[in-house]
Design a protein around this ligand. Structure first.
Ligand SMILES: [Zn+2]
Length: 167
């Protein structure tokens, strides 16, 4: 089924390109500790870990670069990139220790918000897209699962304790 485009083909690119240039980038600091999209777990060397709002994949977290606005690895020095990767290593260990998933997906896309960040996505046998990437459908059609407040608080607490105990 082909829907006619409601706006010019360039409109989406122009909007994304403004973000790429760092204009009104929602991932630039200061970022709110809590929003509809996330709750902060903790700060690492050069990035901050957030528990995503949508928990279709329980424990889905975002690790967002704090250093400055940057879209691609080549916009960081090698040292900065290695520190960001070290943060990723620590964050995914925290998530695995806390949630014990069957597998984990790590993704850096920047197609919606072109500011360097990792999605850390625990995967479970029987999850909605097991055996496939989670982004195979339009984002508007993807399931949006919200945890009950007490369940979310408990998960955040566990993640924060696991992060705090990372040496
Ligand atoms: Zn940014």
């Amino acid at each position: 089924m082909n829907e006619p485009r409601s706006s010019s083909p360039d409109a989406g690119f122009n909007e994304w390109n403004e973000l790429r240039l760092g204009r009104q980038c929602p991932f630039d600091e200061p970022r709110p500790a809590s929003s509809d999209g996330w709750d902060v777990v903790g700060t690492l060397q050069v990035s901050t870990l957030y528990l995503g709002g949508n928990q279709s994949y329980r424990g889905h977290c975002l690790l967002i670069l704090d250093l400055r606005h940057a879209t691609r690895p080549d916009e960081l020095s090698r040292e900065e990139w290695l520190r960001f990767c070290a943060d990723l290593h620590a964050a995914q260990s925290v998530i695995i220790r806390t949630l014990h998933p069957d597998h984990i997906n790590i993704a850096s896309l920047g197609n919606v918000v072109p500011h360097l960040h990792w999605h850390i996505i625990p995967r479970y046998r029987g999850d909605p897209r097991w055996g496939a990437p989670i982004w195979t459908t339009d984002t508007g059609e993807m399931p949006d699962v919200r945890l009950a407040p007490h369940e979310r608080s408990r998960l955040l607490q566990s993640l924060r304790e696991a992060l705090a105990s990372t040496g």
